[in-house]
Design a protein around this ligand. Structure first.
Ligand code: F6P
Ligand code: MN
Length: 345
């Protein structure tokens, strides 16, 4: 793998564009280094203390594992050394100001999918880099379109880094021979339609009628209006689902539902939906709440949640059209939406 471009070389080229690119490149390099450390800890599993043990609750009310807290400390300390104005993390109540002279802020989910730690499944780290506006306190109140860069790392059989700097999506793999990320795929693209969906089906009875109608149509397969048989996956780590969609296509849904606390779904806008949506759009896919484009939303609070429907652009538009319909049940059956209808060519 030695002839492949390293992340360091790649970031060096990018950093020369302007001051915020220089600051963003420094932050990405620092996060990548921190993630290599986290990747060794996750790979050690139970050998590395009690990484899967619960140790509290975070600001958003989720159970916190020891590894969540360690990953947060590792990334926070790496970013404190880099040139970053302000940080927001899933594991902290509010933002932390570091160096107001910097041009960038970083929002991050230190360990995504942490319920998968002790079962030896892929987990990850997600980050979003935004410019600092005139008022530093408004850094994390900008819409997702303001992002300069976004990325995520998957700690799976391979440790992979998926990155966008706003000009497509590139993927790096950790080369364990020299402890460096190396470029393995340039400009990945998501096919516009798919026959694979991901949703936590156990929540079906809580979903709103639109999502129920849509998934029921997927389950109807060839005999349904979508006219094809679907495959289903649910990993329980957003990073792993996003990685699968980037490599072989698909559709992911974490909708709002009727359970207490799920009226805006489960995922967090700032450090989950915004960066993942930026990456998915940069790869030619789409990301929506069903009613609005994720990147057009701005957060009022750091831990704000949002429904997320993302992946194959035609299928995301299909679900949006169902949401726009007063009678989704009838609409899903209407010829316009049927296989080879106006919206399904
Ligand atoms: O960060 C939240 C998260 O762990 C995501 O990675 C994942 O997509 C989701 O929660 C899984 O939620 P559930 O356990 O409700 O299926
Ligand atoms: Mn998460």
């Amino acid at each position: 793998m030695s002839e492949r471009q390293s992340l360091k070389e790649y970031l060096k080229q990018y950093s020369q564009a302007d001051a915020s690119a220089w600051h963003a490149a420094g932050a990405i390099g620092a996060i990548a280094k921190a993630c290599i450390q986290i990747s060794y800890i996750t790979a050690d599993g139970a050998l590395s203390a009690s990484a899967g043990a619960a140790c509290g609750t975070n600001a958003g009310g989720d159970v916190q594992k020891e590894l969540d807290v360690r990953a947060d400390a590792i990334i926070r300390s790496a970013l404190t050394e880099a040139h970053v104005a302000i940080l927001a993390s899933e594991e902290a109540d509010g933002p932390q100001t570091i160096d107001p002279s910097s041009r960038i802020g970083v929002a991050f989910d230190p360990l995504d999918g942490s319920s998968n730690i002790e079962v030896n499944m892929a987990v990850g780290t997600i980050f979003s880099i935004v410019p600092v506006p005139d008022d530093l306190r408004r850094t994390f109140r900008q819409s997702g379109t303001a992002q300069i860069a976004a990325g995520f790392v998957v700690y799976g059989p391979q440790t992979s880094l998926v990155l966008t700097l706003g000009k497509g999506v590139d993927i790096f793999a950790l080369d364990r021979a020299d402890g460096e990320f190396k470029l393995i795929r340039r400009n990945v693209r998501i096919p516009p339609d798919t026959a694979e969906f991901a949703i936590n089906l156990s929540n079906r009875r809580h979903w709103d009628p639109v999502v129920r109608v849509f998934i029921d149509q997927c389950l109807a397969g060839e005999e349904g209006v979508l006219g094809k048989d679907f495959n289903m996956r649910w990993i329980g780590s957003l990073v792993a689902e996003a990685y699968r969609i980037l490599t072989r296509g698909g559709l992911f849904l974490y909708p709002a539902d009727a359970r207490a606390g799920y009226s805006d779904g489960r995922l967090r806008l700032l450090y989950e939906a915004h960066p993942i949506a930026f990456i998915i759009e940069q790869a030619g896919g789409a990301a929506s709440t069903g009613r609005a484009r994720i990147l057009d939303l701005a957060a009022d609070t750091v831990h704000q949640r949002t429904p997320l429907i993302m992946g194959a652009s035609d299928d995301v538009r299909f679900v949006e059209n169902l949401y726009a319909s007063p009678e989704p049940n009838d609409r899903a059956k209407a010829p316009l939406f049927a296989h080879r209808g106006f919206f399904r060519v």
